[in-house]
Design a protein around this ligand. Structure first.
Ligand code: RIB
Length: 306
């Protein structure tokens, strides 16, 4: 099997008009034929890769219209993974008006439509440190430039996170061990945790969320420190409890919960993860978590002011 190819780009509905020759400025010419075709440079390239036997996924944005549906169907039919195609409710699928003269030369005018929303494919970027630092730094820089919220779980903790990368991070979420390594603070107990978080804040971070196992979590931001006790649980295996916390935290933020609510939500989720063996096998479903949090009152139960 070949390597995987990611195509990020535009998807358009092409309105192609054939004509003997292009109109000059201010001139009207008669066209011969008008055809509607699926186009867009991104979609065309993804389609080509798929047709040619490549393993391809496309990221892009279409409108909620028949052209968007047509693109999705056509790309999927030639083997393109379209699970990363976003659908804009507000904008129509991009359109291109293409003049094609008798020699086959073309002139194109593109109205971007939903392609403008391609950079909004995600709002939150959650990363860890088991992939190369260069990839993390690049992704964080791009995400920051596009106004996304970046959550970096520094696990495993490197000796140093470059200042440039830290400046692109909205939430750093170390556990206690990672906090100590990154901050250079020694000792244990809550005072050491506060000192460690403070030291990281001094490196330019806006918000540090420290996961503390059965002690819960601590948040450090410009307003100081806040602690969040863990829900009592019979731990059988803490593998992936931090991952579960991070996943739950970003879900909660993405749903509009406050940081306090999000940390309580994440604390509850990770308290469930420790009661089961394994990694992914230990992560609760939303339904299971909601039951713990009190069903329909989940958000209120997880809530509480700053
Ligand atoms: O490169 C050709 C493509 O350019 C057309 O399909 C059109 O949609 C424009 O994006």
């Amino acid at each position: 099997m070949g390597k995987h190819i990611l195509v990020i780009g535009s998807l358009n509905m092409d309105l192609s008009i054939t004509m003997e020759r292009m109109p000059a400025v201010g001139e009207t010419v008669m066209g011969e034929e008008l055809t509607y075709n699926l186009g867009g440079k991104g979609a065309n390239q993804a389609y080509a890769v798929g047709r040619l036997g490549g393993q391809v996924k496309m990221l892009g944005c279409v409108g909620r219209d028949q052209f968007g549906a047509g693109q999705r169907e056509s790309l999927a039919a030639c083997g393109v993974d379209v699970s990363g195609l976003r659908e804009s409710e507000a904008l129509p699928t991009g359109t291109a008006v293409i003049y094609v003269d008798a020699a086959g030369s073309n002139s194109i005018v593109v109205v971007a439509g939903a392609n403008q929303a391609c950079d909004q494919w995600c709002d939150y970027v959650l990363m860890q440190m088991e992939i190369p630092m260069s990839a993390i730094a690049y992704a964080a820089g791009r995400a920051r430039a596009l106004g996304k919220t970046v959550i970096l779980n520094p696990a495993p903790a490197p000796d140093l996170i470059p200042a440039e990368l830290l400046s692109c991070v909205d939430y750093l979420t170390p556990n206690e061990t990672e906090l100590m390594k990154l901050s250079g603070v020694t000792g244990d107990g809550m005072e050491a945790v506060r000192q460690g978080a403070k030291a990281l804040m001094e490196q330019g971070l806006g918000c540090v969320v420290v996961t503390l196992g059965e002690e819960g979590a601590l948040l450090a931001d410009g307003d100081g420190f806040r602690t969040y006790p863990a829900r009592k649980a019979e731990a059988v295996d803490t593998t992936a409890a931090g991952d579960c916390f991070n996943g739950a935290f970003v879900v909660a933020l993405a749903e509009g919960m406050s940081e306090d609510e999000a940390i309580r939500f994440a604390n509850a989720a990770s308290s469930m993860a420790v009661t089961k063996k394994g990694a992914q096998s230990s992560i609760p479903s939303r339904e299971e978590l909601e039951q713990i949090l009190g069903g329909a009152k989940a958000r209120q139960s997880a809530g509480g002011g700053r």
